[in-house]
Ligand binder design. Structure first.
Ligand code: NDP
Length: 248
């Protein structure tokens, strides 16, 4: 295991379970202290904090709904106080609701944009003044930003395209401070949100990959740790697919 983040601090949103929990634990294993946020699963957030502390890093969990601007701003401020400033911000919190047009409701549109986009915008805006130069902002987007091989994903795909657009603009804005901004775009990854089980959708997604399988959360975490490290010093404004060939 590389140890590339010694002395760094990181905030990972939506990190009680799934991809976010794996990213948080990997960043900690590489030397970073962590604040994680979550929506409501106290038990899962406690488990992730315990796993990070077991690695020997400091960690705190803050309950903060990504769609609640005041909660997001407060979480970023509390995180910075706890960590003594922020080097790495990972926006991972996200939901998906598959609804085929025209049945897809305005409520679903607002829910998905509220968590997947508003949370990213408000959290980044709050964090930038608290971030040290040479920092990293990573957004967990999706290959559905640019590929949609099934019905019902219009809103979700639009949220992930929106954050890729934000990332490109922020990469320009923050380049003078050497804060690098990139998007990780996973294909199907085995989590509670998208389990690799016997559902028709899961079987169909598996078949669309070149590798014939779902991805694992540790595979996403490895990319996040690389992008957070000095090794990725010339990558900014990129949206990187990590999808086992799902989208080719
Ligand atoms: P999970 O549903 O497994 O985990 C979601 C995590 O986000 C949990 O920690 C959850 O907290 C938290 N969360 C959910 N809603 C909110 C909210 N409103 N505010 C704050 N935190 C919240 O999801 P995944 O790990 O699968 O997905 C993580 C990200 O990866 C998402 O952005 C998703 O769109 C993206 N992605 C996932 C893919 C997949 O196939 N799994 C593919 C492509 C992209 P709590 O435990 O408290 O509920």
């Amino acid at each position: 295991m590389n140890v590339r983040l010694t002395g760094k601090t990181a905030v990972v949103t939506g990190a009680s379970r799934g991809i976010g929990a794996a990213i948080a634990q990997r960043l900690a294993a590489e030397g970073a202290d962590l604040v994680i946020t979550y929506a409501g699963n106290d038990a899962a957030s406690t488990r992730t904090v315990a796993a990070i502390e077991a690695i020997g890093r400091r960690a705190r969990a803050i309950k903060a709904d990504a769609a609640d601007g005041a909660a997001v701003r407060a979480a970023i401020e509390q995180a910075s106080d706890f960590l003594g400033g922020i080097d790495i911000l990972v926006h991972n919190a996200g939901i998906t609701e598959m609804e085929v047009a025209p049945a897809a409701s305005e409520d679903s549109y607002r829910r998905q944009f509220g968590i997947n986009v508003d949370g990213v915008f408000i959290g980044t805006t709050a964090a930038i003044p608290l971030m040290r130069d040479n920092g990293r902002i990573l957004i967990v987007g999706s290959v559905n930003a640019h590929t949609m091989p099934f019905t019902g994903g219009a809103i979700y795909g639009a949220t992930k395209a929106a954050v890729a657009g934000l990332a490109r603009g922020w990469a320009r804005d923050l380049g003078p401070r050497n804060i690098l901004v990139n998007v990780i775009q996973p294909g199907p990854i085995d989590t509670d949100l998208n389990p690799a089980d016997e559902r028709d959708a899961a079987i169909a997604m598996t078949k669309l990959t070149v590798l014939g399988r779902y991805g694992r959360v540790d595979e996403i975490a490895a990319l996040a740790a690389f992008l957070a490290s000095e090794e990725a010093s010339y990558i900014t404004g990129a949206a990187i697919d990590i999808d086992g060939g799902f989208s080719i």
